[in-house]
Design a binder for this molecule. Structure first.
Ligand code: HEC
Ligand code: HEC
Ligand code: HEC
Ligand code: HEC
Ligand code: HEC
Length: 336
């Protein structure tokens, strides 16, 4: 009864009336059956979501959400966990979270695991309706339900990125204590940029939506926005100021390492000296949002014409070879 009443209040206009009637007819049945859910799974498998939402599908398909199960890095590490089905898989191939409960620990799905965090995981409810920010057109295939969680700063995301019992995958707590939260930004501000496009092939006009790309640590552009470097050089010492520009703890994931590298090169390019500092969960020195840190290096034995190169490098996993580290920021200084 409770869920029915909620639906009536949040669904819109004419469609709301149709839904009320439908629920009145199908209600008792819908509550005891998973038919509409099964149909949604089948539609997903048969490419129906893709055919009506081609633009959003292409964005999602290339995202880490689509790869959350097939991801080799995930599979390799999860295979070492004895009880992976209960401890790990539930978030990497989850049941729809509107069904298991927003904020509740997600549960492992039986089928379609290779689809990872699929459209259905974030949008499908127990009656087969699609919840979203607000639809501008209707479709016979599914009901549309306007739900405020899609535009809330962290509610949807924190179901997986902020579970209190899984601190190793938590970007939400540090975000909530940051200036970004105070400025009414959201996870979507940085990870789902606003785009105007046809939301479906049945829509009449392009309206504002958000890109389903979730670019994170695999995006060089995103990594270049993550932090800034400043150099202050006096005859006595070299100070390197590192400031985080990321909306949460940096690096965001516990597998990642950021390396601050300071190198002194002779005019011929010969390395005189190199120092490296690692920033990671393992080293217990990740940066909080907006945090600025100063690293001081005693004057390196330099001569006129030498170049001091300071770089911030990103290592995806402990196995990533140096040749694949990404340069996040770089500053050079030629000794006068
Ligand atoms: C509460 C949901 C949740 C649970 C439970 C969970 N994960 Fe994750 N996992 C995530 C999220 C969200 C990310 C992405 C953000 C991050 O890396 O923190 C992620 C990312 C990862 C990554 C990084 C993949 C890459 O491509 O770099 C690995 C590895 C991983 N998880 C392994 C595990 C293992 C092993 C377990 C079980 C011990 C587990 N996860 C349990 C939600 C979860
Ligand atoms: C027959 C075409 C069609 C199919 C098939 C279809 N959709 Fe839709 N969908 C639409 C239309 C039309 C809208 C409204 C678009 C608009 O507002 O411009 C919509 C809206 C949505 C919304 C937004 C709801 C809201 O209230 O904001 C979501 C989420 C959604 N669809 C997901 C899916 C998923 C997932 C599938 C596959 C299971 C799917 N759709 C299959 C046509 C379709
Ligand atoms: C149902 C669980 C779930 C929900 C809800 C969820 N995510 Fe994720 N997310 C994951 C998992 C699992 C991964 C890790 C995939 C992997 O690397 O294997 C991930 C990865 C990511 C990544 C990392 C991409 C990269 O390059 O490393 C970003 C960014 C992200 N999610 C943002 C969001 C945002 C923003 C929201 C809210 C709109 C959200 N997620 C909602 C489970 C979820
Ligand atoms: C990790 C959760 C997540 C996944 C997975 C996901 N969406 Fe969304 N979707 C959202 C959020 C959050 C919004 C609200 C964005 C906004 O504020 O406009 C949204 C909005 C939409 C909208 C409304 C138009 C727009 O761009 O805002 C449609 C339609 C939609 N999603 C369809 C899909 C389809 C189809 C898939 C699979 C191909 C999918 N979504 C996968 C979280 C998700
Ligand atoms: C001000 C911009 C900003 C905001 C707001 C923001 N992020 Fe990020 N996020 C970034 C940047 C930059 C990176 C790349 C650096 C990194 O990996 O930490 C990133 C990386 C990530 C990653 C990948 C981490 C990894 O190790 O692979 C995940 C997951 C993620 N963000 C989730 C979220 C979630 C969930 C929220 C909301 C609580 C959020 N982000 C809010 C900028 C932001």
């Amino acid at each position: 009864m409770k869920t029915r009443r909620r639906k009536v209040t949040i669904s819109l206009g004419l469609f709301g009336c149709v839904l009320v009637t439908l629920i009145a007819i199908l209600g008792p049945r819908a509550e005891n059956t998973t038919d509409p859910v099964k149909e949604a799974y089948q539609g997903f498998q048969e490419g129906k979501c893709k055919s009506c939402h081609p633009a959003i599908w292409r964005e999602w398909e290339n995202s880490m959400h689509a790869k959350a199960w097939v991801d080799e890095i995930y599979q390799e590490i999860a295979n070492q966990i004895e009880d992976r089905e209960t401890k790990c898989d539930g978030c990497h191939a989850p049941q729809p979270i509107l069904i298991t409960g927003i904020g509740e620990m997600p549960k492992l799905r039986n089928g379609q695991r290779e689809a990872g965090v699929s459209c259905l995981v974030c949008h499908l409810d127990a009656e087969g309706a699609m919840h979203g920010p607000q639809a501008s057109a209707e479709t016979y295939f599914h009901a549309n339900v306007t739900n405020l969680i899609y535009t809330a700063p962290t509610t949807l995301c924190s179901t997986c990125h902020g579970q209190p019992t899984v601190p190793e995958h938590d970007q939400v707590s540090s975000f909530l204590n940051s200036k970004f939260a105070e400025e009414h930004q959201s996870c979507a501000t940085c990870h789902m940029p606003v785009v105007k496009r046809l939301q479906s092939t049945a829509s009449y006009e392009s309206i504002k939506g958000r890109k389903h790309t979730w670019r994170g640590s695999r995006s060089v552009a995103q990594l270049r926005r993550a932090a800034t470097l400043r150099l202050e050089i006096t005859p006595e010492k070299t100070s390197v100021k590192l400031q985080s520009k990321t909306g949460h703890i940096l690096p965001g994931g516990t597998l990642r390492t950021i390396i601050l590298e300071v190198k002194l090169l002779s005019p011929e390019g010969i390395e005189r000296q190199t120092e490296q500092i690692s920033i990671s969960d393992k080293a217990r020195n990740r940066l909080l949002p907006s945090e600025e840190r100063t690293y001081i290096f005693d004057t390196l034995p330099s001569a006129t014409g030498d170049t001091l190169t300071v770089r911030l490098l990103y290592q995806l996993t402990p196995k990533t070879p140096k040749s694949e580290w990404i340069v996040m920021a770089e500053k050079n200084h030629v000794v006068p």
